[in-house]
Design a protein around this ligand. Structure first.
Ligand SMILES: Cc1cc2nc3c(=O)[nH]c(=O)nc-3n(C[C@H](O)[C@H](O)[C@H](O)COP(=O)(O)O)c2cc1C
Length: 370
């Protein structure tokens, strides 16, 4: 099966794939950025460049491989801005990498570094700040100083991350990255009784699969407020996640934690898997899926009833196990639900590993249609 077209246009940039490597350890310098571009990334966002090189606490990254999540207390780039301007950025640009330079976190740093960074030939700039109040003046100044598209990275930790969208549009920004890590958070090693990461109070920031639903909500809410492009970033692990991000309104999809836990080569698999899955669910290109979520309300629960395909049932009894009302008794012997107890909540259907159980429009009576 031929895969979907994965090329996208983003704020005037023609990208080989919709995958953008989020600012983080993988984009620590030119080497990392060149590798990911070779593996198929449409663009890479540098580790955040600040006035002073960071000195990170030890340790500062803790992975939960099985869950696909991480907690980190890593600061911004540990290269100073001179090294970025004189070595890392020119080397990546010269190698043909589409580079988005992340600059933070204050207006003074934007004033000082936007022009020299732009002069290296980067394709765009991304602004990041822990303080929501800083972002408007930073955006206004960056747009004035660079001729390149300016993306603003929204933080889920701001009181209202979407409160300033109109004002940011008014500043002339080219698009939004949604979003940064979620925090502060805490995780404790029960043997040492210490936080799993060092740094301020042992607090860290959560990334990966654990934050995906939060980020999806914001992408979708943001896409209903703006027509500017959105880089959806936070918690993407699989091709299904990528398509969810597109449906919610992402014009490109950021990756960080997944490629740290699974290794950069996983990008090639993700590109191929997404191209095939897009076709399977009815899209000829990634861009066609952008914003294609069906937001019409689900049919009333009163019009639903169960469907049950006994040929798919493996008798695993997960549906019985999860039923909060002890109404489910379905298994190899057939569909059995106590209609007086069942509330049609849907949990049993969502955990069925073989899709033997489903909902179909019906009378609202608990009963199976096959
Ligand atoms: C170890 C680590 C370091 C990060 N450093 C930065 C950074 O310097 N600047 C920034 O804007 N975001 C930084 N991020 C946040 C990521 O760019 C991204 O927003 C976040 O990890 C969510 O995406 P993910 O779930 O795909 O990892 C960092 C994330 C991690 C895991």
């Amino acid at each position: 099966m031929k895969g979907a077209n994965m090329q996208v246009m983003l704020a005037g940039m023609k990208l080989q794939s919709p995958f953008i490597i989020g600012s983080g350890p993988l984009t620590y310098g030119a080497q990392g950025m060149k590798l990911l571009s070779r593996l198929g990334a449409g663009a890479v966002v540098t580790k955040t460049i600040r006035d002073q090189a960071a000195q990170n606490p030890i340790p500062h990254i803790h992975g939960y491989s099985r869950q696909g999540a991480m907690i980190n207390s890593e600061l911004w780039s540990d290269y100073n801005p001179r090294q970025w301007v004189e070595q890392e950025l020119p080397a990546a640009v010269e190698a043909g990498v589409t580079v988005i330079a992340s600059i933070g976190h204050t207006l003074d740093e934007i004033k000082k570094w936007t022009v020299p960074i732009t002069a290296t030939g980067v394709s765009a700039v991304e602004l990041v700040s822990y303080e929501a109040m800083q972002i408007i003046p930073m955006a206004r100044e960056a747009v004035r100083l660079t001729g390149k598209p300016v993306f603003v990275k929204l933080s889920p930790n701001w009181v209202d991350p979407l409160a300033m969208i109109r004002e940011l549009e008014g500043c002339g920004v080219a698009g939004f990255t949604a979003m940064d890590s979620v925090g502060p958070v805490l995780s404790i090693d029960i043997k040492t009784r210490k936080s799993v990461v060092a740094g301020t109070d042992g607090r860290g920031w959560l990334t990966g699969s654990a934050i995906k639903p939060i980020i999806l909500h914001y992408i979708n809410a943001l896409s209903s407020m703006t027509s500017l492009p959105i880089i959806g970033l936070g918690g993407v692990t699989t091709a299904q996640d990528v398509i969810e991000f597109a449906l919610a309104g992402s014009h490109a999809v950021g990756l960080c934690t997944v490629l740290m836990l699974r290794g950069p080569d996983y990008l090639k698999k993700l590109i191929a898997d997404t191209a095939h899955l897009l076709v399977e669910v009815g899209f000829a290109s990634f861009s066609e899926a952008t914003g294609a979520m069906d937001t019409a309300a689900l049919p009333d629960e009163g019009t639903q009833q169960f469907s049950f395909d006994h040929t798919l049932c493996t008798d695993c009894r997960k549906c019985n196990q999860v039923c909060p009302y002890r109404a489910q008794h379905t298994g190899k012997k057939g569909f059995q639900v106590d209609r007086k107890l069942c509330r049609l909540c849907g949990l049993c259907i969502s955990v069925c590993p073989t899709e033997a159980l489903g909902f179909v429009p019906g009378s609202g009576q608990v009963g199976a249609s096959t």
